[in-house]
Write a protein that binds this ligand. Structure first.
Ligand SMILES: Cc1ncc(COP(=O)(O)O)c(C=O)c1O
Length: 389
């Protein structure tokens, strides 16, 4: 099997599996119970929050465990939007046209609730700039939203600079850091955002667990409870905590951070290998997204004349797992909304592009196998509908 879809999800690291298994077997108590086996789980939970805060260099009181980034994005954006409007600050939000659906569908929902939203399109170079955000900002603007790294094309957005500018404008600023966490060095302490989110399954942790970091930047802008019940997560998100997965997530982030530099260098090498291999066998492609500011671990390539959905079928038959866009919005193979935003006048590009994304376990042999299958497809050596492997 060749797995090159790590932006969709990553395999759980064996050490993380061990941590989760140990917790499931040995620490099954309820952290809210007052007897010893409950208290020891409570202690593990407190330590995990502390360690996560240290890894992110944020305050532990600002960390909330969630079921993933979709929940955290929903929670933070809706809370900040409602609070700002309640306090008469306005009803306008500026975000980008390339956000993940767990942000875009929240802002679309807010539009139905009377908010106005401006969606910044990438410029000619594929960049999203601070200037664009400033130009879209009016006296009715309450907040900005941007992702750190785009999940489909790997573009890096200037979240550090956006944070500075948002702070000066006295706006809240929400950042979706899902595709950066554990892979791209970011100073979360210096990042002047009011909230950011993470999801464990993007950095070799389990699915269904993530977190929100929420910093109350003005007295009235505090977080509202998401779920009412037993009062867990500081009365903000009731429900018995998933301690085994929380411990697994924190271990996964610890491991990812430890190897962040060496993995990044490896991804640069793999990216160069991918592109030079394509060049050397004469498969033509164009890189989608921001040409200058992009991460090496997410590569989105346009193979002009080849339908992505058909290529994916053959890849699947050959045991090569990649995607044509965002798996989180998928299951379906519709044209990519992200590529539409980047290339509004090149409709063929929307359905002829593939995303190849690396993980710590990716090797050059994986890339060789991908290219071998791609060569058969693009050079017409195989009938797409009848496997000849
Ligand atoms: C950029 C980005 N944000 C948010 C999410 C949603 O994360 P989760 O699967 O934890 O809900 C994803 C998942 O693909 C993503 O890539």
């Amino acid at each position: 099997m060749v797995y090159l879809d790590n932006a969709a999800t990553t395999p759980v690291h064996p050490t993380v599996v061990q941590v989760i298994q140990d917790a499931l077997i040995n620490d099954f108590g309820n952290p809210s119970s007052t007897y010893r086996i409950g208290k020891s789980v409570k202690h593990a939970l407190i330590q995990a929050r502390k360690q996560l805060a240290e890894l992110l260099n944020v305050s532990e009181t600002d960390v909330y465990f969630t079921s993933g980034a979709t929940e955290a994005n929903n929670w933070a954006i809706i809370a900040q939007a409602n609070k700002s409007r309640e306090f008469g600050e306005g009803h306008h939000i500026v975000t980008t046209a390339i956000e993940h659906p767990s942000v875009t569908n929240v802002t679309k929902y807010l539009e139905t609730q009377g908010f106005d939203v401006t969606y910044i399109q990438p410029n000619e170079e594929g960049e999203i700039t601070v200037q664009q955000f400033l130009e879209a900002t009016t006296d009715k603007t309450i907040g900005w939203i941007a992702m750190a790294v785009n999940n489909e094309v790997g573009s890096i957005l200037p979240v550090q600079e956006l944070g500075e500018a948002a702070y000066e404008q006295k706006l809240w600023f929400h950042v979706d850091t899902v595709q950066a966490l554990g892979h791209l060095e970011l100073d979360y302490q210096a990042l002047k955002c009011t909230s950011f989110v993470g999801s464990a399954h993007k950095f070799n942790g389990p699915k269904g667990i993530g977190f929100l970091v929420y910093r109350t930047y003005q007295e009235h802008n505090h977080l509202e409870p998401l779920l009412h019940g037993g009062g867990q997560e500081g009365k903000m998100r009731s429900g018995t905590e998933n301690v085994p997965y929380i411990l697994g997530m924190v271990k996964a982030l610890e491991l990812a951070k430890k190897d962040i530099t060496s993995n990044f260098e490896k991804f640069e090498e793999l990216q160069a290998y991918l592109l030079t291999s394509l060049d050397s066998i004469g498969i033509s492609y164009e890189i989608n997204g921001d040409q200058k500011n992009r991460v090496p671990y997410i590569n989105n390539l346009w193979f002009n004349g080849n339908i992505a959905s058909q290529m994916l079928i053959k890849m699947d038959l050959d045991g090569v797992y990649i995607s044509a866009g965002s798996a989180c919005s998928a299951g379906s193979l519709t044209e990519s909304e992200i590529l539409k935003a980047y290339y509004p006048n090149q409709s063929e590009r929307w359905s002829q592009s593939l995303r190849i994304s690396f993980g710590y376990q990716t090797t050059k042999a994986d890339i060789d196998q991908f290219i071998h299958t791609l060569e058969k497809i693009t050079k017409g050596k195989i009938d797409l509908w009848h496997s000849n492997k």
